[in-house]
Design a protein around this ligand. Sequence first.
Ligand SMILES: [Zn+2]
Length: 150
Amino acid sequence: MTDLKPQKSQSESQVFKQCSKCKHIKLVREFQKRARSKDGLKAHCKSYASIYSDQYYQAHREEILIKGKQHQQKHKEKRAKYIKQYQQKHKIKLATYKKQYQQDHKEEIALYKEQYYQEHKEDLLVQCLCHQCNSKKGNTGVGDQLRLFG
Ligand SMILES: [Zn+2]
């Protein structure tokens, strides 16, 4: 019988403990440890603690949610303000940089645009195939197409 620690509080009564909240007699391992208390355990059992925290959440749900929202809102405003300030501060710099970039890469941009247009020409040219619209545009495509079938 040496596996039992010879502590005063580990008497037979300490195998079980009555929960101060739900009044059930439970095993001591059903209680959370609490260094400050006399028996080193909390007065109420673990299941009560979880129910209690759940109840607390339910009872204060709105409060908790509002607090979270307020925090987010506050943070959001702060962030937006910061971004605005940054943009304001660097407005001229950014505009100059953009202009400079466009100036420096004028040909590249034009080339890219042209390339993009060539690659997506058919997608971009979604047009009406009726005779009126096509003749207005001087497009003989429909005639050619019809000739294929004729
Ligand atoms: Zn309990």
